[in-house]
Write a protein that binds this ligand. Structure first.
Ligand code: AMP
Ligand code: TRP
Length: 334
């Protein structure tokens, strides 16, 4: 069976965009692949973090993945720092990847900003660690958003370079499975801005922890315009808030945007929002309740992550051990 690896940052405040853009796809893939999902705390510290907040955010990310439908009994869910092989393999890959390859990474350029010299070395070598995440499990498929495509290509380059440097066909070249851009969910207050955890207004987003009442209220208050819904998507070009609500409806109901528009053409937002609120409460309400339950039991989440890490390590340890032998390290005899 093919093996999936994917990662999620413990950045706190998971919202509808994280669910529709990432977690839901993972849940849909779990029956067709062997799945390994990782809360990437080693990646998180490439930018400064508050230690206490990061612990909670790690639990929240794990709770979001589980409440979002990923089964922790059949999938492996763990936090990265509990499996030392990630960091170990990343070092081997630091000695395979070239400066020129990393210099091309757009995410580094964006995150480092103008003050390159002030950027952390970890931020620069972030994609090398990501390659180690994937290849420590010899994963074959990596579901990610479009923004991560370049990192997966780098991972393939590293796998290939390692294989040719040591003359062994050891690492597979994993395929990026790009999750469709249709699920780009925008703010409920401003249809031109991405829905994000960092927006100061809680009304701009549906948090994964929101229960039914909060969800319904946020949709009722979402910004719209006074016109009825048109019958074609093209007519929404200048109406970003309207388009966003259609996008959310389509994503939550697994329909395409055009068929949602056709269904509601000519009707006003009062009516459409009511239907959207019902749909969102029905799909996201139980997820919010399960997330709240899990976050109220941190010991339960910690135990799930411990068990996940043990299972992850059973796979990664022999692979990284063999990689170390290939490189020529002298290992223990006993
Ligand atoms: P972030 O926590 O913002 O780094 O997001 C992690 C992942 O969640 C991204 O790579 C996307 O796949 C997904 N995501 C986050 N926000 C949105 C959004 N507003 N619309 C669609 N996908 C999103
Ligand atoms: N860099 C990814 C992101 O920001 C998270 C991530 C870390 C990841 N390691 C990974 C994704 C390995 C896929 C595979 O979204």
């Amino acid at each position: 069976m093919k093996r999936i690896f994917s990662g999620i940052q413990p950045s706190g405040n998971l919202q509808l965009g994280n669910y529709l853009g990432a977690i839901r796809n993972w849940a849909q893939m779990q029956n067709d692949y062997e799945c390994i999902f990782c809360v990437v705390d080693l990646h998180a510290i490439t930018l400064p973090q508050d230690p206490l907040e990061m612990r909670d955010a790690t639990r929240e990310a794990a709770a979001g993945v589980i409440a979002g439908g990923v089964n922790p009994e059949t999938c492996i869910i763990f936090n990265q720092s509990q499996v030392p092989e990630h960091a170990e393999l990343a070092w081997l890959f630091n000695c395979v990847a070239r400066l020129g390859w990393l210099n091309r990474m757009t995410q580094f350029k964006e995150k480092a900003g103008k003050d390159r010299d002030g950027a952390f070395v970890g931020l620069y070598t972030y994609p090398v660690l990501q390659a180690a995440d994937i290849l420590a499990y010899k994963a074959t498929d990596v579901p990610v958003g479009e923004d991560q495509k370049q990192h997966i290509e780098l991972c393939r380059d590293i796998a290939q370079a390692f294989n040719s440097m040591y003359g062994k066909d050891f690492f597979p070249l994993p395929e990026a499975r790009i999750q469709k851009a249709a699920a780009r969910i925008m703010s409920l207050r401003d249809g031109t801005k991405k829905m994000s955890k960092s927006d100061p207004s809680d009304y701009s987003r549906i948090n994964m922890t929101d229960g039914p009442d909060a969800i319904a209220q946020k949709i009722r208050k979402a910004k719209t315009d006074p016109y009825p819904l048109p019958d074609s998507l093209r007519e929404l070009d200048e109406r970003p808030e309207a388009l966003n609500l259609i996008t959310i409806f389509a994503a939550l109901s697994n329909k395409d945007e055009q068929s949602v528009i056709s269904e509601f053409a000519g009707r006003g937002f009062g009516e459409f929002k009511k239907c959207l609120a019902d749909l969102a409460v029905e799909t996201m309400g139980p997820i919010g309740e399960e997330m709240q339950r899990l976050m109220a039991c941190p010991e339960e989440v910690d135990t799930l992550l411990n068990v996940g890490a043990i299972k992850a390590r059973e796979i990664a340890e022999p692979i990284v051990k063999e990689a170390k032998e290939i490189v020529g390290f002298l290992g223990p005899r006993i």
